[in-house]
Design a protein around this ligand. Sequence first.
Ligand code: TRP
Length: 334
Amino acid sequence: MQRVFSGIQPSGELHLGNYLGAVRNWVRMQDDHDCFFCIVDYHAITQDYEIDKLRSRTLDMAASLLAAGIDPGRAVVFVQSHIPEHTELAWVFTTVTPIGELERMTQFKDKARRQESVLAGLLNYPVLQAADVLLYKADMVPVGEDQVQHIELMREIARKWNIRYREGFFPEPQPAVTDARRIIGLDGQAKMSKSLGNTIGIQDDSEGIWQRLRPAVTDPARVKRSDPGTPDLCNIYSLHRHFSAPDTVDEVATKCRTAAWGCLDCKRILGDNVATTFAPIRERANQLRANPEQVLDVLHEGATRARAVAQDTMQQVRELMGLMPEERTVRRDK
Ligand code: TRP
């Protein structure tokens, strides 16, 4: 079986963007892959974050993942900082990673632009990401399209390390991008993200979903109710494709082009379908929130399984790199 690794930041509950862009795909992959899913808290601290919320957001993200269908019987689910080998391998990888490559990363440039002082952790973010995946020698990384550049750098890091220390030791992982390539936020502009507030949370009920959808941006050329719209220019239409049945999607397109429906009509149907998809997830997530020990048990079990692999890889890495093992007596016979 091919090994899959992916990570998600502990932003609290899942939202529509990371559900469509990544997690839905993770759930499918569990059937026929050896999966590791990691809540990447050490990545989360590379930007401003609320110290007193990180813990609960990590736990909520774990509950969300399980509620969305990640099955701890088939996948290893764990928290990054529980396995110190992630940061250890990241350090090793900084020694084969050119700074120029890191400075070139689109995500780094975007985030750095918004900062007064750019910290080394932000620059090294993709190095830690490479360590996450390569520690488990994973072959495939299901991610949103915005992460493909990081996976390409990861492949280069693996190549460089292999050339210096051991040919073929680390695989060069492949990105697996979903059909939901890029989910635009409800503002019709930026990528969906919780911090931008342009998304729908997986825990939102019908009313909450409607509050989000009602003001959402549609085809900008459709100003009046009687203006015919262009579905392909409308973000709401693209969401229909992920949540509505094919014949509904067709109907939406026709009724939009002919102005038979207004944008609100179209959003109502989308809202109902999103609510139907999310309702069982929300229910399971609520059950899990009421039983946090259950989630903590899953994370403990996950860390135990991840640690076994991680320690084995790091042991080999240290050996191949010529680092001295800890021994009580110096062996002179070797
Ligand atoms: N950078 C990823 C994101 O923002 C999260 C992440 C961290 C990740 N480590 C990973 C994704 C390893 C895949 C594999 O979405």
